[in-house]
Ligand binder design. Structure first.
Ligand code: NI
Length: 386
């Protein structure tokens, strides 16, 4: 079954909503305008229950079917990024230094489109909770909504998420069972030495030399400590030290990120990073203070729900257009918190040949709107078939 006719009819209207959201990007939890727009639309569709302010600025709408049954959650994210837009599109951001560079404008608009369709037709038994979350790009808005009791409050039994993916053709989907996106941890290593004159290094403990050796040694976590068949990324992205050409500073700070797909690798990376930083610093006579923060967990797709998601995508796109064994992505996603709370699945929808996510020239592809809406509708109608 291809794209639903009604979803195709809705495309222009949904694209207008998407472009409207695109003009007024908002960051993290400060998505008040977008949340208000979402709540107002849900109200106009006759959604049965609308609750705002969940997880600070999240919105949930509950759409009841024609009879009793289970409740599934379908989630979109609403926040933008601190990037200056360079698309030159008529609907480009009107807010300096902010833009929808990850397509969350499109995710929100597509889920609104599905809500409109489902509220019109109600061709299912049970309920659909449409979830609009803040602060996906840092801040853990998904986690805040879970902590706010969203799953219990709406009786949500399964959760599904969707993200657009540049490079995957329009009309195609990709998913996999198990880990699909990485755990995203952050670290900061402060190396304390003993500063002094650059011409008298023997009277100092140089934190830059110690730090350089730490940066090099951290490369051995992936190359020497991790099972070669497992995925680990350790990237040092900051190295700050010093202020003059003739002074050895007292302190150096190194920071970066660790990405993993399995809990054992996450534990290993944290343990080795700490041991290496402390041990290498000590060998230089310096001291390393290691701060390690476990950020978003692995986005883990549950087996059964992945099959339901792939089947719904297959009904829309044709099974040959659904890659059910896509390689995981080492980026992170805070839908992971919802998948820790309830079984579910996260799917990628092709955005076609566009600029990459988080790029200043990226724009959500409005052509994929009917595919996205049809996926949500088929998933709801299949999982809640009366
Ligand atoms: Ni995103």
């Amino acid at each position: 079954m291809p794209v639903l006719n009604r979803a195709a009819e809705l495309q222009e209207e949904i694209a207008e909503w998407r472009r409207h959201i695109h003009t007024q990007p908002e960051l993290l939890f400060a998505v008040e305008k977008t949340a208000a727009f979402v709540a107002e639309k849900l109200k106009s569709f006759g959604v049965d229950e609308i609750v705002t302010g969940i997880g600070k600025t999240g919105v949930v709408g509950l759409i009841k079917g024609k009879g009793p049954g289970r409740t599934i959650g379908m989630r979109a994210d609403m926040d933008a990024l601190p990037i200056t837009e360079q698309t030159g599109k008529p609907w480009a951001s009107t807010v300096p230094g902010m833009m929808h560079a990850c397509g969350h404008d499109g995710h929100t608009a597509m889920l609104l489109g599905a809500a409109k369709y489902l509220a019109e037709t109600r061709n299912f038994s049970g309920s659909v909770a449409v979830i609009f979350q803040p602060a996906e790009e840092g801040g853990g808005g998904g986690n805040e909504m879970v902590k706010d009791g969203m799953m219990e409050r709406f009786g949500i039994q399964e959760v599904y998420g969707m993200h657009n993916m540049p490079g995957i053709p329009v009309g195609q989907f990709a998913i996999r069972q198990g880990p699909i996106m990485a755990a995203t941890d952050e670290f900061k290593i402060t190396i304390k030495g003993h500063g002094g004159h650059a011409a008298m290094p023997h009277l100092t403990i140089d934190p830059i030399v110690a730090g350089s050796q730490i940066v090099n040694s951290l490369q051995t976590i992936a190359s020497r400590n991790a099972d070669p068949l497992q995925s680990v990324v350790v990237s040092v992205t900051k190295f700050n030290a010093g202020f003059a050409h003739n002074i050895i500073p007292t302190e150096a700070v190194i920071a970066g990120t660790v990405r993993t797909l399995m809990p054992e690798m996450r534990d290993l990376a944290q343990k080795r990073l700490t041991e290496i930083a402390e041990g290498v610093a000590k060998a230089q006579g310096a001291v390393a203070d290691v701060y390690y923060d476990r950020n978003y967990p692995v986005t883990f797709n549950h087996a059964e729900e992945t099959q339901y998601a792939a089947a719904a995508a297959g009904e829309v796109a044709g099974s040959t257009n659904v890659n059910a064994e896509v390689a995981p992505v080492m980026g992170g996603e805070d839908f992971s918190y919802m998948l820790e709370a309830r079984p579910g699945a996260f799917i990628f929808i092709g955005n076609g040949d566009t600029a990459g996510l988080h790029h200043p020239e990226y724009d959500f592809n409005d052509e994929i709107i009917p595919h996205g809406i049809s996926y949500w509708v088929k998933l709801a109608e299949d999982r809640l078939a009366g």
